[in-house]
Every structure is written in C-alpha cells, then in structure tokens.
Design a protein around this ligand. Structure first.
Ligand SMILES: Nc1ncnc2c1ncn2[C@@H]1O[C@H](COP(=O)(O)OP(=O)(O)OP(=O)(O)O)[C@@H](O)[C@H]1O
Ligand SMILES: [Mg+2]
Length: 362
C-alpha cells in the first residue's frame, strides 16, 4: 500500500471518531497532515489551551482507529496547543460541510531565524559532539547561536558544555537558557536526578520537547542547533511536526552499518520534505600524534560516497582525535580549547557550508 493510500485510509477511519463540539476528527480544523514513514504513522490534533482534557478520549479513540491501518507502524497521535496559522477555531468542526480543513503547519519559533537539527541513524556516532562544535564554529563566524538538547533519553549537551545547576525561570513560566562559551543552551538534563533513567511515552516526549523549545527565552538567534537522539523515533517526528526546520545535518561514521542507518534517517527527513543539508563523516580517520601517520580505523570515504549516491552534499570529515573526546569530557569543546587546530578547522569547514546553504535558501 502506498503512503498516500495509507494516509487516506487513516482519514477514512477518523470519520468514526467524534470530537467534543460535534462532527468528526476527519473534518476537524485542527487535524494536521498525516505523516507516513517506514516505521511510524503520526499526526497531531491542535486544541485550544485548556481543551486537552476534553480531547483526551479523542486522542485515545484516534490512536485505536489509526492502529487498524498502521500495518505494523508505530502510531503517534499528539495533542498540541500550537495551532497552525489560519486554522479554524479548535473545539469545533470546520465551516459548512467541513470542507475547510486546514492542516497544522510546523511553526517558527519567535526570535529564531533558522533551526537546524543534527541527526544520525545509529547511536554514539558523535552527534552531540558535532552539534556543540558546529554551533561554536557558526558562532565564530559571527552568528548568534543557541543549542537545544532534544535527546530527552540521554541528554549530553550539559556535560559537553560544562553546564551546572538547574535552569532559572522568568515570570515563573519561561526558562532562562544557560549560557556556555557564548552559546545559549537548554536541556532537560539539569532537571533530572543524576543517573535517572526517564521513560518518555510518545505524547509526554512531544510535550516536553515543545516546552523546552517554546518556553525558553532564546532572545534573538540566527541559528538554533537541535541535537537529536539517534534514530527515527517519536522525538524526530514530533520535532518535524512542531517546528519549521531550515534543514538537517546527518552525522555518520564511515562504517557500513552506520551508513545504512544514516540513509534511513535521511530518507525520513526527505519524506517529511525537510531539506537534508548533507552528511558529515565523523571519526573519519586517526592521525597518530607521534608519527603523523594516518589510519582509517572504520574505513574511509563511505559517507562521501553515500552522499554522492543520494545526490546530497558531503559536508566534510572530522578526524578521530583524543582531544575531541577529552575536551568534551572536560566541558570545553575542541572548537574553544584549540580554535587554531586541525579539528576546529574541520568543524569550521562544516559550518561554512551550512551557513552558505542558509544564505542560498533564504
Ligand atoms: N571525532 C571524534 N574523535 C574522538 N572522539 C569522538 C569524536 N566524536 C565523538 N567522540 C566521542 O565518542 C563518544 C560518543 O559521542 P557523542 O556522545 O557525541 O555521540 P552521539 O551520537 O551524540 O551519541 P548518542 O547517540 O548516545 O546521543 C563520546 O565519548 C565522544 O567524546
Ligand atoms: Mg548524543
């Protein structure tokens, strides 16, 4: 069954789900587009603030109805208070005959010009390390930059940036972001107990992410970098639903296995019509500090070939280097500790290509 016919089947099933003020979810103005990926079926229901409780049973019934069309995909139905521009008042069906259904659009975030997600298929390939160093490299090129840690399961940005303490609030509502090495940064990490494992169910993760993103006083930023967890799960899909992304940067190691998963991640973003700025090959090679000899520990060049085959830009190679790891552990990323070094230069190269892409797309 094609993605379009699965989406149509879901819409048909939603005709049997009533909404509080009459009509059905299929005709409800706040129903988003139905997103079909190889592993998930996702959509959002926008409600007026305060209506979440009344729509709880609608969400449950919609999930149940959608599961019958999912063909093994994970079903993610989120309730959101963010209404798309031009949507009819939530809480009731669209105008006469319900013909005016308008989808919830991903919304920009006030004060932020460009939002870029850093993603990978596989875990541990260096997304967070690359996220902070690319953010710092963009900052060194004169941009105002922030970083949001969207890895709710294993937040590592605070550790990488040496952030300590709980976040402060303004007016008891907005988080004041942390400031580290000139970057504005926000993460769920400082709000959790040390070593606390958090089990986020789909809707909870989605609403935690929304709060971190929209209830943080970012001020004016040229770029917000979002460090994602690995894979193509709830958080990635929820982010794409909630926010207008300028694009994504995919991190991979040169290994075949990492590249297979990187391709899946790229495929997901392309299906969601989000530009993939390109692939970065991390841990690309090891240069022995004593002899200067180069070792291609995980192979070499695989990410460049994959990018070429997919018709996507190759954004550069980051060498495997002890200082990248040790500086990260010390809370001072290599782009700050050794701004003139070869590792910093590699991140600067990626940042230059990303900045050029933002200028071209503007
Ligand atoms: N180029 C590099 N050279 C040396 N060590 C690196 C490099 N890139 C990342 N590392 C190290 O690899 C480990 C994993 O990196 P990181 O946490 O950035 O990966 P990740 O993809 O964000 O992981 P996760 O999927 O768990 O979020 C860290 O210890 C980090 O310091
Ligand atoms: Mg990470």
């Amino acid at each position: 069954m094609s993605d379009d016919s699965i989406a149509a089947a879901v819409r048909q099933a939603l005709k049997n789900v009533p909404v509080p003020d009459g009509g059905t979810l299929a005709d409800y103005a706040g129903l988003s587009d139905i997103i079909v990926t190889p592993s998930a079926l996702a959509f959002a229901i926008a409600v007026e603030p305060g209506m979440e409780g009344a729509f709880g049973p609608v969400q449950a019934a919609a999930t149940k109805a959608t599961e019958s069309c999912a063909q093994g995909r994970k079903v993610l139905v989120s309730l959101t208070g963010d209404k798309g521009p031009g949507s009819a008042p939530a809480g009731g069906p669209a105008g006469a005959g319900g013909a005016q259904r308008s989808a919830v659009q991903p919304m920009p975030v006030k004060g932020i010009r460009h939002i870029i997600a850093v993603a990978s298929g596989k875990g541990g390939v260096g997304k967070s390390t690359c996220s902070v160093n690319i953010a710092l490299a963009l900052q060194a090129q004169g941009l105002k930059v922030g970083i949001l840690d969207a890895d709710l399961y294993g937040p590592s940005v605070p550790h990488l940036l040496g952030i300590d303490g709980k976040p402060a609030f303004r007016d008891e509502k907005m988080f004041i972001p942390f400031e580290a090495h000139g970057l504005k940064a926000m993460s769920i990490g400082p709000m959790l107990e040390a070593d606390q494992a958090v089990v986020w169910r789909g809707p909870m993760a989605s609403s935690a992410l929304r709060q971190l993103l929209r209830e943080t006083d970012w001020g004016e930023l040229d770029v917000l970098i979002i460090d994602l967890p690995p894979g193509t799960g709830d958080i990635q899909i929820s982010l794409c639903q909630q926010v207008k992304l300028a694009g994504t940067i995919i991190i991979s190691t040169p290994q075949d296995l990492a590249l297979i998963d990187a391709k899946k991640a790229m495929d997901m973003f392309l299906r969601l019509k989000i530009p993939v700025f390109g692939i970065v090959e991390n841990m690309s090679c090891f240069i022995a500090p004593d002899t200067g000899k180069r070792y291609d520990i995980f192979g070499h060049g695989g990410a460049r070939e994959t990018a070429e085959r997919m018709g996507l830009p190759f954004l550069g190679e980051i060498p495997l280097h002890m200082s990248i790891r040790s500086q990260s552990d010390a809370g001072v990323p290599v782009r700050v500790s050794d701004p003139e070094g070869a590792e910093a230069a590699a991140f600067d190269h990626v940042a230059t290509l990303v900045r050029q892409r933002l200028e071209t797309d503007a």
